[in-house]
Design a protein around this ligand. Structure first.
Ligand SMILES: Nc1nc2c(c(=O)[nH]1)N[C@H]1C(S)=C(S)[C@@H](COP(=O)(O)O)O[C@H]1N2
Ligand SMILES: [Mo]
Length: 417
């Protein structure tokens, strides 16, 4: 594990306040901190600026929205997702633990182990680059909790609106090529990843998140062990120096700061694979109802969805001028067949122009033009349909206790004046 040396007495290396120093802090503020011993861990009086040396916002567009900073969870407003390929500075961040502070690509290794690997094998980053063919794919990564803020009743967890989705260009080697080199036993059923991030408790023995996918998904051409994003080294917040990248499924299966992949003979049982994490009820439940654990199933391919990246919600547009709209659409493992737009709350729809994906599991770009008939308030809606004919719902879809997979139509407001 990386070493964590304190930088000063008040804060540890990550900017966490040392509990024992609250009294000292009080003295520094010129006031007594009454009941300092009862304050929650990591509590810091507002008078002190917290500076996390690993703050991902230092390299993000300033208009990204910080949902939390311990762990870092940062969302992208939809109008900042306008690029065809998401740049690093506009990519949402979803962390379950603390970003590792000592990642050295020169000594980094990937170990393949597990009961269904013929033998454990370890590769350096240089081995991976040298021994296997390199591939590049654009891959849509959407947090399963994207859209959670739209569920009523409210569910626990980060209240993501629309922007926990990205489609960057990832470069690395195919996981299936590495697994073929290692050799698998016939009972191989699932892979599980392990990353170098640290549990919020800072206990190095505690697992943050360790998820995975069944073999058929692990073996897809587009499932990569990647070291580059958009032609550059992967940024630290996004999993440097090595990351598992799996498009179309909850982004939680794309393990950051990857050091180990276990080949399992059963469904992987790492952190956040068990309990109700990343699972939805098997039977449709009444909003607010929470069925027992054995009535939940793991989310696999994400549902069809689209986002309007232009115009930005709230704009005004001159009467008589057509309004250009554009955005992206994706459908998990499926292809998007069509996108339609509406300016009358879904009463009528008109087809958008839709491009094919750059490669399988990349989002698709769409564009349209609407002509509001007279001045006033309008909402522009977009609705995507996948290749099997399944469309986005116009209102909140099936409620579920963890608030996953809200793929309701995105809408933006426009005033015609
Ligand atoms: N090691 C590790 N990998 C992780 C996570 C994490 O907390 N630790 N979060 C997962 C979740 S829930 C999501 S949605 C994506 C977010 O990827 P991003 O931060 O690069 O956008 O990373 C996934 N991989
Ligand atoms: Mo996620």
């Amino acid at each position: 594990m990386p070493t964590r040396k304190p930088t000063n007495r008040l804060f540890d290396r990550r900017g966490f306040l040392r509990q024992s120093t609250l009294a000292t802090l009080g003295t520094m503020l010129g006031t007594e901190l009454v009941f300092a011993d009862r304050l929650p861990p990591n509590y810091l009086p507002l008078a002190f600026d917290r500076t996390d040396p690993l703050d991902p916002m230092s390299s993000k567009h300033k208009d990204l929205i910080v949902l939390s900073d311990k762990p870092w969870n940062i969302e992208t407003p939809p109008h900042l997702l306008d690029d065809r390929v998401t740049p690093a500075e506009r990519m949402f961040v979803r962390n379950n633990g603390l970003i590792p502070d000592a990642v050295d690509p020169t000594t980094w290794t990937l170990t393949i182990n597990g009961e269904s690997a013929r033998a454990a094998k370890t590769y350096t980053l240089a081995d991976l680059k040298k021994r296997f063919r390199t591939h590049t794919y654009q891959l849509t990564l959407e947090c399963a909790g994207n859209g959670r803020a739209g569920f009523f009743p409210k569910t626990a967890g980060n209240q993501w609106s629309e922007g926990a989705v990205s489609c960057a260009e990832w470069t690395g080697v195919r996981l299936k090529d590495i697994l073929a080199d290692v050799g698998l036993k016939p009972d191989a059923a699932y892979i599980g990843y392990y990353g170098r991030d640290l549990h919020l408790s800072q206990d190095p023995k505690k697992e943050v998140i360790s998820r995975g996918v069944p073999m058929f998904k692990a073996f897809e051409d587009e499932t990569l062990v990647a070291w580059a994003m958009n032609g550059q080294d992967i940024p630290l917040a996004h999993g440097a120096p090595l990351r598992l990248v799996i498009g179309g499924w909850p982004a939680s299966v794309s393990g950051k700061w990857l050091h180990t992949i276990s080949v399992r003979n059963k469904i992987h049982d790492g952190a956040k694979m068990t309990g109700k994490s990343y699972k939805v009820p098997i039977d449709p439940v009444e909003p607010g109802q929470d069925p027992p654990e054995n009535r939940f199933k793991i989310i696999e391919s994400m549902p069809v969805k689209s986002v309007i990246t232009f115009p930005k919600t709230g704009i005004t547009s001159p009467n008589g001028r057509p309004i250009a709209l554009r955005g992206h659409a994706w459908a998990g493992d499926r292809v998007v067949r069509s996108v339609e737009v509406s300016m009358d709350f879904g009463a009528t729809w008109q087809p958008a122009k839709l491009e094919p994906p750059r490669n399988r599991l990349a989002w698709q770009h769409w564009s349209a033009e609407v002509r509001p008939p007279r001045p006033g308030y309008y909402e522009l809606w977009a609705r995507a349909t996948d290749e099997t004919g399944v469309s986005q719902p116009m209102v909140m879809p099936q409620w579920n206790p963890e608030g996953y997979c809200n793929n309701a139509c995105h809408r933006v407001a426009v005033k015609v004046v």
